[in-house]
Design a protein around this ligand. Structure first.
Ligand SMILES: [Mg+2]
Length: 371
């Protein structure tokens, strides 16, 4: 079996898909979306695919090593996302060639169904409750919110109170049988994170994500040591080498590798095994399309330390058969490869030029804030 050719597809609103075709006509799909940088990733995919053209697509580890180590410069989100998209497509091809789901090739499923969480709009406490009610009615029992905009390094009590009011409203509405997580998007300084974590701890959030930016692991350790709220991080970390310090310093309780950035499905599996040695849980990051979600679900199925899966779509806009949530869970796939089929007419309707830009967030004095 040989890799014959590939294409990249820029898909609205901001996605980048990779399609690899073998000499025997097998097709594998992967997602390499890197918001605001998809054109750079598409260029990297072209260069990497030239390195592995004509190779046996089933030698996934070997091809990964060639792509990662073979170009001297390594790491970073652009190369990481490019390798990830290609790697997912290789797993899809391997699974289809063996008529086996990807999870069956990674040690087999350790669960029957995968718990999902939904995002809720927390622009005000009232909106949060309203959105919670609507999404809770679908059977989902875990939710994530971002109850802040730009936050100053030390901000007013009103910023903290908005978060407390939101958590209070949600707990009052939902009771104690539902989980709520908060995503700080790296917008808080360590000082503000510690203050916020203290204020929300009585509501026992499932986790506080990226309480500060992930570039300085020691700063996150300071936050993690200050609170009983479990800290989550990892969506912006690329490869196991970036996760090593987070794990060894126990900077977080929950790791969030993204199989579309971190290096792919097997890299996520390896990071989860590293996390297991410190009893950390894994909740893969996925704000992307149904293709990336399929890659997440494939690895979720076989992780003993899996916690929960993020999603923003079930692939309704792109897949012939979108995923289905029942009772807050998606069933482990029994279909070969990643278990998805791209609807070519939907794909054509979503085609775009890839010029999507990440929105900018500003402080009230005009200075750039972290998005
Ligand atoms: Mg996040």
């Amino acid at each position: 079996m040989r890799i014959e050719h590939h294409q990249v597809h820029h898909v609205r609103p901001r996605h980048l898909l990779v399609r690899i075709v073998t000499d025997g006509g097998l097709v594998g799909w992967g997602e390499a979306t890197l918001e605001g940088h998809t054109l750079a990733v598409a260029g990297a995919i072209g260069q990497l695919m030239r390195m592995i053209a004509g190779e046996d697509p089933r030698r996934i580890e070997h091809l990964w090593q060639r792509m990662y180590r073979g170009s001297f410069y390594r790491g970073g989100p652009v190369l990481g996302s490019a390798i990830s998209g290609i790697e997912q497509a290789l797993w899809d091809i391997l699974g289809k060639s063996l008529n086996a789901p990807v999870h069956a090739l990674l040690g087999g499923a350790v669960r029957d169904r995968i718990r999902m969480y939904a995002q809720i709009d927390a622009s005000t406490p009232e909106r949060a409750v309203e959105d919670y009610r609507r999404k809770r009615a679908t059977g989902i029992t875990a939710f994530k919110l971002v109850p802040w905009d730009a936050v100053k390094p030390v901000d007013s009590p009103a910023v903290v109170q908005r978060v407390v009011d939101t958590m209070e409203a949600l707990r009052t509405e939902a009771g104690d049988g539902v989980d709520f997580a908060l995503d700080a998007h790296g917008r808080l300084s360590p000082a503000m994170s510690i203050r916020v974590a203290e204020a929300i701890a009585p509501y026992q959030p499932m986790f506080l994500e990226e309480p500060c930016l992930p570039e300085n692991v020691d700063a996150m350790v300071t936050v993690a040591r200050s609170t009983t709220v479990p800290i989550a991080t990892g969506e912006r970390l690329i490869t196991r080498w970036a996760f090593r310090e987070v794990i060894e310093k126990q900077a977080a309780a929950i790791l969030q590798p993204d199989p579309s950035h971190v290096g792919g499905i097997l890299e996520t599996r390896k990071i989860a095994a590293m996390a297991e040695t410190y009893y950390m849980a894994v909740a893969p990051h996925c704000p992307l399309s149904g293709v990336a979600l399929a890659a997440c679900l494939a690895v979720d199925a076989c992780l003993p330390n899996f916690l929960i899966q993020e999603h923003v779509t079930l692939g309704e806009d792109l897949l012939a058969e979108p995923f289905v949530i029942e009772g807050g869970h998606v069933a482990v796939s029994t279909k070969p490869g990643l278990g998805i089929e791209i609807d070519e007419s939907k794909l054509a309707a979503l085609a775009c030029d890839g010029h999507w830009q990440t929105p900018e967030l500003r402080h009230d004095d005009g200075a750039v804030a972290d998005w």
